[in-house]
Design a protein around this ligand. Structure first.
Ligand code: NDP
Ligand code: 2IT
Length: 449
């Protein structure tokens, strides 16, 4: 185990996901540290794993029955060397400090890869929006912001959405921020189009992941046309991944939520995707309903005790994990390889565990890790910040064109860094090194702060 990983584990032994993220990045950048002893002398690894600031706070609120509920709120301001802290808010019962530190740590390198000036942060709460009324979600968001507003700002820290935080939540959060500060600013991204949002932001993560997949395939003179694709999740990232896959002539065949998954061998069409969008974004129902409506589809309940996820055990060409962390383990990865999958492109953050990553690399799959492949979301967030600063809005075509260019540039920098460090085609090493170098150069320039 590397010295830095040991240090992190000793300090915060319970933060498993954070250890996992640190371990992968530090292993990738070891050759960079070896080539540049000055980085170790400047204690760059120790500084990178220590958040610049962690805010943790009580969020009391009153539910529809008049009961008082108490949740925990967080914001991790991980690294601000190259710009204001930037990263989403996650509302999910599993949220804890270790999960948010892993996400904030990944965000630092992801944001550096985008070429835009954004530092890394992440936040959220263990609040569970599932089954809550709009009124309850509004009260929770307002109370959450009653504390968070002190710590964020358009030039300080700019949150956005993540799991459980979409357009509805951003609206409530922004509304309370504006009231408390008496200021209308670009403090959030993912805003509504009428109040400072950017076209293509809702689509950006999914579209970006598919653009990244197309770039990876092009290195083997292939395209997405006719490719059968497994997609997990059925939220923001999964929906727009399916939309772009359809536009590119591919055939998506699966979707999931935490209750189970559907397999539609005939393919998820535009009409079926519209049904999913209505089901998930308006009615907030379960994916099971898809199989009740479309007889071409089979549904299977999730089994949390199983040693693998059957979603990853179907014949396919490509896989787009777009739900959550560690949804692909070693067994799932082996099943994907067995079923002929040649490309894995991560819409979610750290969806593959270390055993799975090892199998993908060993079998020379085109494997796009989350911090490169899903960077389209935060990239268009960066473009939303730019538009807010200029007080104007770009067209759909203009934003989409910039998103494509950014994904292409991330792909190129990851490939170039991988080749420069003797690991051609290894996007994990490439993305980690390219992101790391940009952040570390800025830290070196700014001295010990
Ligand atoms: P959403 O809340 O819109 O959707 C999340 C989806 O994943 C839902 O279908 C949800 O099912 C499922 N899911 C969440 N947690 C679990 C779990 N523990 N087990 C099984 N299924 C689960 O979130 P997003 O689509 O925005 O986020 C998906 C992933 O993409 C996350 O890893 C996020 O960090 C990452 N990401 C998001 C970006 C964005 O711009 N939104 C940008 C970059 C990455 P259910 O409804 O049952 O909970
Ligand atoms: O993980 C991510 O990159 C996000 N949830 C999006 C962050 C953002 O600031 O748009």
């Amino acid at each position: 185990m590397s010295e830095i990983l040991e240090h992190v584990k000793n300090r915060d032994p319970q933060e498993r996901e954070f250890h996992q993220a640190v371990s992968e990045v530090m292993e990738s950048v070891k050759p960079v540290l070896d080539r540049n002893p000055i980085y170790r002398k400047a204690k760059i690894p120790e500084r990178l794993v220590e958040p610049e600031r962690v805010v943790m706070f009580r969020v009391p609120w009153v539910d529809d029955q008049g009961n008082i509920q108490v949740n925990r709120g967080f914001r991790i301001q991980m690294n601000g060397a190259i710009g204001p802290y930037k990263g989403g808010l996650r509302f999910h019962p599993s949220v804890n400090l270790g999960i948010l530190k892993f996400l904030a740590f990944e965000q630092v390198f992801k944001n550096a890869l985008t070429t835009l000036p954004m530092g890394g942060g992440k936040g959220g709460s263990d609040f569970n929006p599932k089954g809550k009324s709009d009124n309850e979600v509004m009260h929770f968001c307002h109370n959450f912001m009653c504390e968070l507003f002190r710590h964020i700002g358009a030039d300080t820290d700019v949150p956005a959405g993540d799991i459980g935080v979409g357009a509805r939540e951003i609206g409530f959060l922004f509304g309370m921020y504006k009231k408390l500060r008496n200021e209308f600013s670009g403090v959030f991204t993912g805003k509504g189009l009428n109040w400072g949002g950017s076209l293509i932001r809702p689509e950006a993560t999914g579209y970006g992941a598919v653009y990244f997949a197309a770039e990876m395939l092009a290195t083997r003179s292939q395209s997405l046309e006719g490719k059968v694709c497994l997609v997990s999740g059925s939220g923001n990232v999964a929906q727009y991944t399916v939309e772009k896959l359809l536009q590119m002539g591919a055939t998506p065949v699966t979707l999931s939520d935490s209750s189970g998954y559907i397999y539609d061998e005939a393919g998820i069409t535009r009409e079926k995707l519209d049904f999913v969008m209505q089901l998930k974004n308006v009615r907030r129902g379960r994916i099971k309903e898809y199989a009740e409506k479309y007889k071409t589809a089979a549904y299977q309940d999730a089994d949390p005790t199983a040693d693998h996820n059957p979603l990853w055990d179907h014949k396919a060409d490509c896989a787009f994990p777009s739900a959550t962390q560690n949804e692909i383990n070693g067994k799932d990865a082996a099943n994907l390889v067995k079923n002929g999958v040649k490309l894995v492109c991560e819409g979610a953050n750290m969806p593959t565990d270390p055993d799975g990553v090892h199998i993908f690399l060993e079998h020379k799959l085109l494997y796009g890790p989350g911090k490169a492949a899903n960077a389209g979301g935060v990239s268009v967030s960066g473009l939303e910040m730019t538009q807010n600063s200029m007080r104007l809005s770009w067209t759909r075509e203009e934003v989409d064109q910039r998103l494509k260019m950014i994904m292409k540039s991330i792909h190129t920098s990851a490939l170039e860094a991988a080749a420069a460090y003797g690991q051609p085609g290894n996007y994990v090493v490439g993305a980690n090194i390219a992101g790391f170098l940009k952040v570390v150069d800025a830290m070196m320039d700014q001295g010990v702060v």
